[in-house]
Every structure is written in structure tokens, then in C-alpha cells.
Design a protein around this ligand. Structure first.
Ligand code: ADP
Ligand code: ADP
Ligand code: ZN
Length: 220
């Protein structure tokens, strides 16, 4: 069983990599961003509360996100582990996650920090395109779909996220530095953190993440 956390600035490749690792280890990817966007799209109560924060690049309040993740972790497909993509994003969420996992007799095996510099983040986010149907992620130059507007996996429509505009990207980077980066020290203190360079080919980065997981997690 692997319970993994993928951390990193917006655009580091958390979604891209967690999708691949999810397939490789047959464990679900739990992306708080994807779940929140689905709630915004469906105009649920949660979506309506979250939208303003997301549009400005701020974090959605902890209590909303924590209960959303806690509910998701009790679902049957998490019995063999999961990848948390984009959660926790501050120390308070990390504490809440530990409590939830403890109640389920689970714990974190490894926190993978995907490391990418700000200038590269801006390049990646400004060219990011996402599938409306399956959430697959593309890039207009680095990871082109065969047809500009359609998903290679499911033929869904590709779109640009509202928060991937340049002015919001800066705000998100600041939120990352101020609120999420302290988690690196937090998880280093617990000997759970493993940094992986997030530049280079997607496949090479996946390989480095798989090695980190296999080295760290003794599941025998
Ligand atoms: P990225 O991977 O580009 O950083 P995400 O899709 O993970 O973006 O998140 C998009 C937005 O959803 C965030 O800017 C934030 O408003 C909200 N969000 C996602 N995860 C969390 C979380 N764990 N806590 C609070 N807000 C979150
Ligand atoms: P995150 O979930 O961390 O916000 P994504 O996985 O959505 O990041 O990736 C952000 C953008 O960068 C996407 O357009 C994606 O196609 C692209 N991307 C991901 N990995 C790489 C890479 N190794 N090199 C270049 N571009 C990448
Ligand atoms: Zn798709």
C-alpha cells in the first residue's frame, strides 16, 4: 500500500506525474484542484463557496477542503493507497490529514516535492490545456495533443483554466511560497520528504519519482 503526497508549485507537473504514477501503481489520484473545479462546474454549494478563492489564486478555506478529502479517503478505491495531488497545501491541512489517516489506520509513506523554478512555472502554466472530460493535461508546445482542441485519450474538449492567466499565476506563486513551502520543512522534520528535479522529459521525471517511492517505501 502506498499513500503518497505530490507537492510542488503550480505547474510543477503534479497532475501530469500523478496520473502516470496512478496508472503504474493502480492507486487513485486525488486532485483537490480537479474535485473543486468539478464542483464549480456543477454549481454545487461547495463549488459556489470555492470559486472566488480559486479565481483569485488564493487557497480555498481549510475546513471545506479538509472535509472533502476526508470523505474521499474513505471510498473503497483508496484501500490500496492513493496519491494526494495538491493536498495538503498548508501546515494546518497537513495536521488534519494526519488525524484523518490515523482514524483509517493509515499513514503517509512519502512526500514527493517536484522542484521547478518560477520562470519555467510561468511558461508551463501559460501554455497548459486541460481536458474537460477526463482532466488530462497538455501543453501547447511541450506536450502537444495531436489536435489542438481535442484530448488524445477521450476526444474531450481542451480548454485553458481561468486561473492560468498571467496575473493570477503570480498570485498563486506567492501563495505557494507563503503557505505551502513551509510544508517542505515540516515533512523533512518527519523524514518523509523527497525532492525530485521537475525539469527534463516527463518520462525521466516519472522514473525518478518511481525510484524515490521504491527506495523510501518498504511495503513488505
Ligand atoms: P495547480 O496544480 O496549478 O497548483 P490546482 O488545480 O491544484 O492548481 O488548484 C487550483 C486551485 O484550487 C488553487 O489555486 C486553490 O484555489 C484551490 N485548491 C486546490 N487544492 C487546494 C487545497 N489543498 N487547499 C486550498 N485550496 C486548494
Ligand atoms: P501541476 O499539476 O503541478 O499544476 P501539470 O501537471 O498540470 O502541473 O503541468 C503544468 C503544465 O506543464 C502542463 O501544461 C503540462 O503539460 C506541462 N508539463 C508537465 N510536465 C512537464 C515537463 N516535464 N516538461 C515540460 N512541460 C511539462
Ligand atoms: Zn480527455
Amino acid at each position: 500500500m502506498y499513500n503518497l503526497i505530490f507537492m510542488g508549485p503550480p505547474g510543477a507537473g503534479k497532475g501530469t506525474q500523478s496520473q502516470l504514477i496512478s496508472e503504474k501503481f493502480s492507486i487513485p489520484q486525488i486532485s483537490t484542484g480537479d474535485i473543486l473545479r468539478a464542483n464549480v462546474r456543477d454549481k454545487t454549494e461547495l463549488g459556489q463557496e470555492a470559486k472566488g478563492y480559486m479565481d483569485s489564486g488564493a487557497l480555498v478555506p481549510d475546513e471545506l477542503v479538509v472535509s472533502m478529502v476526508a470523505g474521499r479517503l474513505t471510498e473503497a478505491d483508496c484501500s490500496k493507497g492513493c496519491i494526494l495531488d495538491g493536498f495538503p497545501r498548508n501546515v494546518s491541512q497537513a495536521g488534519a490529514l494526519e488525524d484523518t489517516l490515523a482514524e483509517l489506520n493509515k499513514s503517509i509513506d512519502i512526500v514527493v516535492g517536484i522542484e521547478v523554478e518560477d520562470a519555467e512555472v510561468v511558461r508551463r502554466l501559460s501554455g497548459r490545456r486541460v481536458c474537460r472530460e477526463c482532466g488530462a493535461t497538455y501543453h501547447t508546445s511541450f506536450n502537444k495533443p495531436s489536435n489542438a482542441d481535442t484530448c488524445d485519450k477521450c476526444s474531450g474538449e481542451l480548454y485553458q483554466r481561468d486561473d492560468d492567466k498571467e496575473e493570477t499565476i503570480e498570485a498563486r506563486l506567492k501563495v505557494y511560497r507563503d503557505e505551502t513551502l513551509p510544508l517542505v520543512e515540516y515533512y523533512k522534520g518527519k523524514k518523509l520528504f523527497k525532492g525530485v528535479a521537475g525539469v527534463g522529459s516527463v518520462d525521466d521525471i516519472t522514473g525518478a519519482i518511481v525510484s524515490a517511492i521504491e527506495e523510501c517505501c518498504d511495503n513488505t
